[in-house]
Design a protein around this ligand. Sequence first.
Ligand SMILES: NC(=O)c1ccc[n+]([C@@H]2O[C@H](COP(=O)([O-])OP(=O)(O)OC[C@H]3O[C@@H](n4cnc5c(N)ncnc54)[C@H](O)[C@@H]3O)[C@@H](O)[C@H]2O)c1
Length: 443
Amino acid sequence: MNKREFLKNAATLSTITLLPSGAMAFSKSKKKRLRTAHIGVGNMGGEDLKAISSHAAVDVVALCDVDSDLLAKAKALHPDAKTYTDYRVMLKEMKKKIDAVVVSTPDHTHAPASMMAMEMDKPVYCQKPLTHHVTEARAMKKLAKEKNLVTQMGIQVHSFYDYKLATLMIQSGIIGKVHTVRAWSPKNWGYDGPLPEGQDPVPANLDWNLWLGTSSERPYKKGVYHPGNWRKLVDYGCGTLGDMGVHIFDTPYNALELDVPRTITTNCRKPNGFGYPEQNMVTYEFPGTKYTADTLKWVWYDGEGADKQREDLMLPGGEKLHDQGAMFIGKKGRLYLPHFQMLPKVIVDGEYQEIDVEKFNLGEPVRDYESEGKKHYHQFVDACLGTAETSAPFSYASRLTETILLGVIAGRFPNKTLHWDAKSARFAEEEANQFLDSPYREF
Ligand SMILES: NC(=O)c1ccc[n+]([C@@H]2O[C@H](COP(=O)([O-])OP(=O)(O)OC[C@H]3O[C@@H](n4cnc5c(N)ncnc54)[C@H](O)[C@@H]3O)[C@@H](O)[C@H]2O)c1
């Protein structure tokens, strides 16, 4: 089944009449409270639920999870909410009682669930990366725009003090035009091992068919997919680049006002069709912007031993580089942004520079993750209520996600440079185009 058919079925299932402009209609209605439905409430979904429901104007009315144990935990915190295992049933039954939807499932379910919610004119907060495929990212952006919906991608650090400060510092020209960004994470969301053999009984608390959703059928194996480990696998997640890269790349992307890249080269092992490589180096080349040199090179390193020994990564006094972070290298100096909750630092001629951060009018740095973390979510709620705007709407998130996914695809062609044409949304290398999309299974 293709995406068009999926959505047609979804709309039939919902038997709704689509409004021409959902979010606008919603925000103009000057509602005072927001009724939310949550798809995926374990791990990050639990955090999302906590943060969204901490807004005084939110009523959690529906919870959905394919794992009944995780669903029961969320229900214990929100006893009045109705519970579901199938988001299609939830959206159909609750369509008139839901004002906004939060999607916190594994990556391969982001687009199917979000698209169905948006088709029903619901504002959506969707976890990162926005989608599993490039075509889905473009479709999400298009639909959100057509329906004028409030949207936000779950990159909560986007709203954190240090990232906002780094963005303002770079845009102020403090390190001159930027020609290179290096970013690194030692995390390993890859798997170099073989395809697991055999199958295990599906636990009674898990609906495996619904977990697979639109992806192909396959036997269940304990500990391989659910929970969390799906990140390592090409059919469900996006590896370390899709996991951490979205956060760490967000500030360069935002600050330098980058669009999608022209070329992408991934250095890694040969693809095995199942797991992502455990170590990657991805090099992107972007067209220049007003904050960059004529072109911008962005290099990502992940996995154990991610390359941190380069001269342009050396810190003053031989200080050790933080585990994860980014270094912006400009014509006048470098800006070092550890990930996360640490102040960005400017380095000129091998020395840290004193920076008067007050001139950026951001107030005092916030070091409390709890309160800082809520900002991004509350911004979404306020935007739905018509009193704010989101800072990572799908119009932005889809381009950032597309960029990340192009690097993921390049990992299928190790050491080969792929050329991307953003206008036609095609690679010059025809063999790579098959990975821009994947068919949806009927489930
Ligand atoms: N923004 C962040 O800092 C951050 C941190 C961690 C994870 N994430 C993102 O959050 C998402 C979830 O990651 P996770 O670590 O929580 O994964 P997880 O596997 O631990 O949890 C996923 C949850 O979704 C449920 N689920 C799976 N398929 C479902 C479906 N079809 N319908 C309803 N529920 C379904 C699972 O049962 C589970 O409760 C991912 O997209 C991930 O990238 C973001």
